[in-house]
Design a protein around this ligand. Structure first.
Ligand SMILES: *Cc1c(COP(=O)(O)O)cnc(C)c1O
Length: 233
């Protein structure tokens, strides 16, 4: 696993040189969904501190299974009735895709007297199978969040189409980056726009070249997913 991580870190460095901000950090999130806690511990020993999970029950179970000082990221579709289980356990919720969900996060974060950091998920290719806001809706959503006290928007996220040639996604990555910068320049309350979570195992280099500051990588680190061992809710 160490070889794979080193290889990815090297590719991240190379891609950064071609990006709009070569000096800025890119966060590598290891997407550990379906893999056992031992795989997470191995990645941790090899220097990874940020891990992403997409199911509430799997995440909370893994948190109970380890005492390692991990930054947990929630990256999957989140049902409103499950917000309360994770709102104070993760450093960032990447996949916020509705106003209803924003309202629930505000409510649960208020109860716990915290400010929850979120990204707005964008359905960048308007795919029916995917969640997320339309790029044109985002201005309205960030304006709405300005009046909240327990939710803070840190940026945008997208899951791009699963393409054979990663170049096919470049234009989409340019579109989300343009919106990201556009909102950044508006200097809105509760809206910081310092994290752009774009890029997965097969397209992260192109994503970074086009401005991503955070890549979510599963299979390229851990190998094929281990669905049989996964505990579904
Ligand atoms: C599974 C998943 C990833 C990682 O995908 P890989 O192709 O294995 O790198 C990234 N983001 C989200 C939202 C995911 O669900």
């Amino acid at each position: 696993m160490l070889d794979k991580i080193k290889q990815i870190q090297h590719q991240i460095e190379e891609a950064k040189q071609k990006s709009p901000k070569p000096e800025a950090d890119v966060t590598l999130i290891a997407v550990s969904k379906t893999y056992p806690i031992e795989a997470i511990e191995e990645a941790y020993v090899n220097g990874i501190r940020d891990f992403g999970e997409n199911k509430v029950q799997e995440l909370t179970m893994k948190i109970e299974q380890t005492s390692l000082d991990i930054n947990w990221h929630f990256i999957g579709h989140l049902q409103t009735n499950k917000v309360k289980y994770i709102v104070d356990k993760v450093v960032l919720i990447h996949s916020v895709d509705s106003i209803k969900l924003i309202d629930e996060i505000e409510k649960q974060a208020a109860k716990k007297q915290i400010v929850c950091k979120i990204l707005l998920e964008i359905n960048i290719a308007n795919e029916e199978s995917k969640f997320g806001f339309d790029l044109n809706e985002v201005d309205k959503v960030v304006k709405y969040i300005q009046q909240l006290h327990h939710v803070e928007v840190r940026g945008l996220m997208c899951v791009a189409p699963n393409v054979v040639d990663k170049e096919e996604n470049r234009k989409l990555f340019q579109n989300i980056y343009k919106k990201f910068v556009d909102i950044q320049l508006q200097n809105l309350d509760n809206v910081y726009m310092d994290i752009l979570s774009v890029g997965m195992s097969n397209d992260f280099t192109v994503a970074i070249e086009e401005g991503s500051s955070c890549v979510r990588i599963g299979t390229a680190i851990f190998g094929n997913r281990q669905y049989a061992k996964r505990m579904e809710r």
